[in-house]
Design a binder for this molecule. Structure first.
Ligand SMILES: Cc1ncc(COP(=O)(O)O)c(C=O)c1O
Length: 387
């Protein structure tokens, strides 16, 4: 096959004139920090996912940290999560002074295995953070039963999971959930996040915590009729979203359905083209809900090819195709090894899964031709290296 001239990036945001006008309007409004657009985005987001409250913040990491902090999770507590995630899911546990405990994954989906969660519960366990990895829904009915039995707080890491359904409910409509609007996510505000919850106490405390711990946020202070007085109730963080970001978020939320349809149709092409390729396997179809199709992951089966995952990536790169790997297991990073004594061999499924995976480009502005080009390249590399 002929190599394309232009590099195909692993991911690009999707935007149009609406985003440009919305940002211009926000600039002209003079509310450059948190203001009415942020409040509007929170309202629209909460309505969309079906949550009672939504608190807009400057990242999913901030939303995760805030939720744990306002639940009072701290030193001496343990939080169970997966190692097959971005480091921030776990860093926030450390930020609270609590101890992360890793549960292994299901080797097919890469999702946290509920049996593994149950095995790791101790008297110190206070919370579970399931990650809807790649946009696939975790087995929430099992996880909810475990949490209920042991009185644990569930915080869903929904960085990949806007549009994901567990059964017939959208993520965000039941348990407290943290969403990401980072540049590669299904909707983006550049950087940004949202904490969605039905729990009034979490929502109220989160508003205070994400605004330095001040009882009144800046938007109230500087609005007509606002007062200069405020009390600092906790040593909070500067985690608020800005109106410039929220203006983007409102446009992106309006586009979500369209963008998801694009993801779905591109996903279908990949799936059809790659379902029977030697040495390449795919994640199974979701049967317990709906995937947001956040990532398209292939697994390289080393016993069927004479190259490994890293060499496969190099060959894709040589064909001008950008890729990524989601994720380097968190427990193998030097910080976690040093501070919590984690080591290779702790999580056999996670470690074996990591060795296989490649995330291929999947985003709404890709064309069918782009997807077919990537699929052709995968087929060609596989044929060249078949054992
Ligand atoms: C699974 C997961 N959790 C959390 C995050 C953190 O999101 P943010 O960059 O918005 O803080 C990411 C970001 O990539 C992620 O992939």
């Amino acid at each position: 096959m002929k190599k394309r001239d232009k590099f195909l990036p692993y991911c690009l945001p999707y935007w149009g004139d609406e985003e440009i006008s919305a940002v211009q309007d926000a600039i002209k409004s003079n509310w450059w920090s948190r203001g009415p657009k942020t409040a509007e985005f929170e309202k629209k987001f909460a309505e969309y996912v079906g949550a009672k409250y939504a608190v807009a913040v400057n990242s999913c990491t901030a939303a995760l940290h805030t939720a744990l902090a306002v639940k009072g999770i701290g030193p001496g507590d343990e939080v169970i999560t997966t190692s097959m995630t971005f480091c921030s899911t776990v860093n926030v546990i450390t930020h609270c002074g609590a101890t992360p405990v890793f549960a292994d994954i299901s080797p097919d989906t890469g999702l946290i295995d509920p049996d593994e969660i149950e095995k790791r519960i101790t008297e110190k366990t206070k919370a579970i953070i399931p990650v809807h990895y790649a946009g696939q829904p975790c087995d929430m009915s099992r996880i909810e039963k475990i949490a209920e039995k042991h009185g644990l707080f569930i915080l869903e890491d929904a960085a990949h999971a806007l549009y994901t359904k567990c059964g017939d409910r959208l993520v965000g409509s039941k348990n407290t959930a943290a969403f990401s609007f980072y540049a590669t996510k299904n909707i983006s505000t550049g950087e940004g996040g949202m904490l969605a919850t039905d729990d009034e106490e979490i929502a109220e405390k989160a508003r205070v915590f994400t605004s330095h711990g001040m009882s009144k946020n800046a938007w109230n202070r500087y609005a007509k009729g606002g007062t200069w007085r405020y009390d600092v109730e906790v040593a909070g963080y500067k985690y608020n979203m800005t109106d410039i970001q929220a203006s983007l978020g409102i446009c992106q939320l309006d586009r979500l359905e369209f963008m998801q349809q694009r993801r779905e149709s591109l996903y279908r092409i990949y799936k059809e083209r790659l379902k029977d390729v030697r040495g390449v396997s795919l994640l199974p179809e979701t049967t317990n809900g709906r995937s947001s199709r956040h990532l398209f992951i292939i697994k390289i089966e080393k016993d069927e090819l004479n190259i490994d995952r890293d060499e496969f990536i190099e060959e894709l790169n040589a064909m001008n195709i950008g890729t990524s790997v989601h994720f380097i297991p968190v427990h193998l990073h030097p910080f976690y090894r040093k501070h919590y004594g984690t080591k290779p061999g702790d999580l056999p499924n996670t470690e074996a899964y990591f060795e296989k995976i490649i995330s291929l480009p999947l985003y709404p502005s890709m064309t069918e031709e782009d997807v077919n080009y990537v699929a052709d390249a995968v087929c060609e590399i596989s044929a060249k290296h078949a054992r």
